[in-house]
Design a protein around this ligand. Structure first.
Ligand SMILES: Cc1cc2nc3c(=O)[nH]c(=O)nc-3n(C[C@H](O)[C@H](O)[C@H](O)COP(=O)(O)O)c2cc1C
Length: 361
């Protein structure tokens, strides 16, 4: 039976009933007091829409182009880890769902299916999210494989020198169950979680293996070893946005990692206007964190984002309905965005500008 729901906010409770507790907590949770996690949602409530009427919205078009790739709507699938924890087909099913909805999947480095299998799952454009391993040979090999498999952009996640303190995972001693591993790192022998006496084994994995010494020089290095456009994910300030432009990024994602890294930051939507002002249209700016409604997409675009990424709802859709569930989540956002555009008097994405929003409180 098709996955039935009325909106994306319902999915978390539906998934809670199905997904084992430690896995549910890993997905739903944020760092420490989860202040950032809450602010991501609250930020959307602080903006109000200013609809225009009598605008002939009989023919509407949600399509847009992201780094040269045509997509059905300005909504992509954010990189998230370990999809096989919620569905046996893992990232392969997610790739099919995203392709069916005609949008871009950003495939995570730390997936439970190899990036080549994800690429072969469906004929659609996709980007590869990169974590830089201390072992640069391992990192170079990941990049080379992504290029060879036809990924269209590299998305460097810059906000994870160490893992944020996710207290739910500490309490649950989160680790990958037997039989699961980080498929892309199998060849390098880095696919398994370390043994820990207490706390999150995944946090130790990140501390032990990812490179916390990264600087903007490494962005230059990454550009030198890859022909792909580079997107930098995890930008929260105008200062870093300017550096991203200066170091040749093709795009940035304004993101606080869904509230999972540094706690007590602004909600990502509240960080967006400063970043957009600093970038001055030189590169594409995307936003993620708390996107659950078509009107959320509208607000992000009105504040200057070219597109948004959606994280947790995709995993809930996958858990509840596999590839079809992923597609249903994206279709729901598409329908809501289309309706919101009609009601706001914007027939196409180009018509979504700053005059559409006003600070509400
Ligand atoms: C379970 C989970 C795993 C994630 N894994 C990654 C990852 O591997 N790489 C990455 O750059 N971001 C990762 N993220 C962050 C997402 O890309 C994105 O920034 C965030 O989920 C957006 O917020 P939302 O979940 O409220 O839509 C993960 C997020 C979640 C919830």
């Amino acid at each position: 039976m098709a996955l039935e729901f009325t909106n994306l906010l319902e999915l978390e409770d539906m998934a809670r009933a199905k997904v084992p507790r430690a896995i549910f907590d890993y997905i739903a949770g944020g760092a420490e007091d989860e202040v950032t996690l809450r602010r991501n949602r609250e930020a959307f409530g602080r903006w109000a829409l200013r609809p225009r009427v009598l605008m002939d919205v009989s023919k509407r078009d949600t399509k847009t182009v992201l780094l040269g790739e045509r997509v059905s709507m300005p909504v992509c699938v954010a990189p998230t880890s370990f999809h096989a924890l919620v569905h046996p087909e893992g990232e392969v099913a997610t790739a099919r769902g995203a392709a069916a909805a005609e949008t871009i999947l950003i495939a995570s480095t730390i997936s439970t299916k190899p990036l080549e299998e994800v690429a072969a799952a469906a004929d659609a454009p996709r980007w590869f999210q990169l974590y830089v391993y201390r072992d640069r040979a391992v990192t170079e090999e990941l990049v080379a494989r992504a290029v060879k498999a036809g990924y269209k952009a590299l998305c460097l996640t810059a906000d994870t020198p160490v893992l944020g303190r996710r207290e739910r995972d500490e309490r649950n001693a989160f680790t990958l169950p037997p039989g699961f591993g980080i498929a892309n790192l199998k060849g390098a022998g880095l696919d398994g979680m370390p043994e820990v006496e207490h706390g999150s084994a995944f946090a130790k994995y990140v501390t032990d293996l990812l490179d916390s010494s990264l600087t903007w020089d490494d962005v230059d290095w990454l550009k030198s070893i890859s022909p792909l456009p580079l997107v930098i994910k995890g930008i929260m300030t105008a200062e870093d946005a300017v550096l991203a432009v200066e170091h040749g990024a093709a795009g940035i994602v304004v993101s606080n990692h869904g509230g999972r890294q540094l706690d007590s930051t602004l909600g990502s939507l509240d960080a967006l206007p400063d970043v957009v002002a600093a970038v001055r249209g030189r590169i594409e700016v995307y936003l993620d964190g708390g996107i659950r409604r078509g009107t959320d997409v509208l607000k992000a675009l009105a504040l200057g984002a070219k597109a948004v990424l959606v994280g947790r709802p995709i995993l809930w859709g996958l858990a509840l309905g596999g590839a079809d569930g992923v597609r249903a989540v994206l279709d729901q956002l598409h329908t809501e965005l289309d309706t919101a555009m009609a009601l706001a008097g914007r027939a196409n994405v180009k018509g979504i500008d700053a005059s559409l929003v006003v600070r509400a409180a």
